[in-house]
Design a protein around this ligand. Structure first.
Ligand code: SF4
Length: 445
């Protein structure tokens, strides 16, 4: 079969699609570009916002347009939470939620998809979403604790994303991810070490540790995240590690101190904030307050002054008053963070936040989002400015951008230089200047 795939959403989804395609290639299938004609299109979906869902629908329609005779398999978070809606899109052959998507390879290799297509049937496999209106109730419901399936992806040969954890037990009021991905579970340390060694054999120099709530690694196996980091630091062929994202209440001083003194963990952190008002953090059911967030970020900067810290933030969630938003802006301005990932609040089915009043008007949400984007741009410019003239290690990527190539510094600044393939996947020390910095703003909605 000629198989094409398209992935939406987070790095975890990318790792899982890449892993699946590698397995399918090993079974003898040919992997082709998503924009070309294929016998089977796989769309790995996201449900984090309404925009993400719209993009999923568009990708499905694009696949059907490209080859109306093809089979179309829709997997992942949107398929999990809205399986009936997905199945009703013309041309979709199979819908597999996160609890069932590991079956896809078997369905393909057993020609089950072909049989479905010929019989004009659809297969929809996904458990029903659980209402997320009580954390206690949700915690008592263990149905969502699915098996852990490891995955790793190589992106452009230089950087690999390794899935070390999946699911989440936190049930933040606005978030549909625990419903879409089930309860927190993780790989064992030995399983992660094995995946990282495979990445090293594939040539990757940098590994990004990825999960839904990465800091809960080991919560149910008795292992500790910090011990995993220490073990990985000893795997010499990997020159650099990043932690894709970690909750403020889970990034301990021990983790920060270890990162500062480790061989390969980089001074780059992604710590979700979501709101800078304690009222809103409570409504969101987050596990920290603004004081803790400030303490963590200030401590990072005190031991790693050049560290890059990114923060997710949501504009206009239900219950966010004008005063709350002012508090958020003031708080963000005062933090030593480098930039924001801004998300405009979007109602997610089955979440507790739907019941929080008052609902913020969509126009106001957008205005707030614009204000946060503007703050993010200023902060990023200030961070870049603070790094001018400093020499930092850069891992060069393989793509040719109109005669230039890009690479990331350890503290996540994108630099460029004239394209020279001999630089690909090598680490050189570069001085950051106004000429070699790529000034793209990292605060997309
Ligand atoms: S920590 Fe909160 S926002 Fe993050 S995945 Fe879990 S429930 Fe969603």
């Amino acid at each position: 079969m000629k198989i094409a795939a398209h992935t939406l959403g987070c790095k975890l989804n990318y790792a899982e699609t890449s892993h699946l395609l590698r397995q399918l290639a090993e079974s003898g299938h040919t992997i082709v570009d998503f924009h070309s004609e294929a016998d089977l299109y796989i769309i790995n979906t996201c449900t984090v916002t309404a925009i993400a869902e719209r993009k999923c629908r568009n990708a499905i329609r694009q696949a059907v347009r490209q080859n109306p005779q093809a089979q179309v398999a829709v997997i992942g978070c949107f398929a999990q939470n809205e399986h009936d809606k997905v199945a009703s899109i013309p041309g979709v052959t199979i819908v597999l939620g996160n609890d069932q998507k590991h079956q896809l390879e078997r369905y393909i290799n057993d020609n089950e998809l072909l049989r479905l297509r010929r019989a004009k049937n659809k297969l929809v496999c996904s458990s029903e979403p659980k209402q997320n209106d009580s954390r206690r109730e949700a915690n008592l419901n263990l149905n969502g604790r699915w098996d852990f399936a490891g995955a790793w992806s190589s992106a452009g040969r230089t950087r690999a994303f390794v899935k070390i954890q999946d699911g989440c037990d936190y049930f933040c009021s606005y978030c549909a991810i625990p419903i879409a991905r089930g309860r927190s579970r993780s790989a064992t340390t030995e399983e992660v070490v094995k995946m990282v060694n495979e990445c090293a054999r594939s040539g990757a120099k940098e590994v990004v540790l990825t999960g839904v709530n990465t800091g809960t690694f080991g919560l149910h196996t008795g292992e500790r995240f910090i011990d995993l980091l220490k073990r990985l630091d000893d795997i010499e062929p990997i020159a650099r590690y990043r932690i894709s994202s970690i909750e403020p209440n889970l990034i301990t001083d021990e983790i920060i101190d270890f990162t500062a003194s480790s061989r390969a963990f980089l001074p780059h952190f992604h710590i979700p904030l979501q709101a800078g008002s304690d009222n809103v953090l409570k409504l969101m059911r987050r596990h920290y307050d603004t004081a803790l967030y400030r303490e963590k970020t200030e401590y990072i900067k005190s031991v790693m002054p050049d560290a890059c810290i990114a923060a997710d933030i949501i504009a206009g969630c239900n219950g966010e008053s004008d005063e709350d938003f002012e508090a958020t802006k003031e708080f963000v301005e005062s933090l030593p963070i480098s930039y924001l990932h801004v998300f405009t609040y979007s109602e997610r089915p089955h979440t507790a936040a739907l019941k929080i009043e008052p609902h913020t008007d969509m126009h106001l949400r957008r205005l707030r989002s614009q204000e946060l984007h503007a703050i993010s741009e200023r902060k990023l410019a200030a961070f870049n400015e603070s790094q001018m003239g400093k020499a930092r290690p850069v891992l060069w990527e393989s793509d040719d951008h109109d005669g230039m190539m890009h690479g990331l510094t350890d503290n996540y600044i994108r630099l460029e230089r004239p394209f020279d393939p001999t630089y690909t996947n090598s680490i050189t020390t570069e001085t950051i200047t106004a000429e070699n910095i790529v000034r793209n703003v990292m605060s997309d909605d």
